[in-house]
Ligand binder design. Sequence first.
Ligand SMILES: [Fe+2]
Ligand SMILES: [Fe+2]
Length: 338
Amino acid sequence: MNQIKKKTLSPKFLNLLHKLNEASEKKQMSLLLDHPWDEPVDNVWLKKRENISIYGTLYYDLASEEERRLLSVYETGSWWYTFIVFENLVSEYYMKIVNHGSLKKFPEVVKYMHHFCKEEIVHAMVFRKAMNYFNITPFPVPLNLREIYSHNASMSEFPLKAIYLTILIEWLAENNAMEDCNSKEISRLSRAVAVEHHKEEARHIEWGKNMIREFIDVVPEFLLEAQEITAPLLRSMLDMSISSIVVYSRVGFKDKAFRNYKELIPTLLNSENRKRINSKIMAPMMRYFVEIGICTPKNMKVWKDNGFDKDAEDAIAYFRKKSVHENDIDNILDKNYD
Ligand SMILES: [Fe+2]
Ligand SMILES: [Fe+2]
């Protein structure tokens, strides 16, 4: 930990922290004011048709139109519920870090973590309000989410791994949510829940990405571990987010093919439509992994074993072609989703 004691923040990172703190002070999501809480609830779709898990498979034809719509409601509701659990865990854990003083040498970082936690608390309240609004009751808590903080949250060490795991989840979740709601056909409220959330999450993710860039050299054990754990973790999070037996049983599909989970789940996870959406979610993340050395030509096996070989190759090819003058195309603060 000696290297941490000597560490001073780079001007580039300090500048980013200044901008992030300023943005959070200027405008934060309101539980009351930022969403159309008077939208109709009957017969609405909460995510776009092309992104429901059965789209592009034979199961889509076996489902009635109302079952497809209900799937869009419960898949989104289960996603919102996962956000609630995760954001509660993150704010609890980050506040613990702040109170413990592990980062007190970097007051600008601590200041942003205060904003971060406050924002996550409000997000969880908004997701809860949206679930109530559409009359969606809670889902079982995904076990792997709980484990992330209980296993990896040591207070005495510099918490780089926990920050990394947090941005992995936030980034994957955000890319997925923005793909799901990117349509005028869905409920305006559901779209606003995703877009308003994204405005603050974009800052959280950029902060997390840059915390890793800034501290990767002073936490020597981080890189090797990240090279091993990232691919399997992302695979399990992607697959968990796509198919849920609880969701399928809640929709109550009439056709009995929907109760043969051994056939249903692999078919949905491996459909061409899903692979296309997954690649879009993964592309900016893969470029980041290549940039910071988490995905390298030397550890391609773990990416291949987890089904990300094409995504990894595309990201490596991107850096081969990229000129040194090109900007960071994945800086998500620069994107406009409205
Ligand atoms: Fe959030
Ligand atoms: Fe966040």
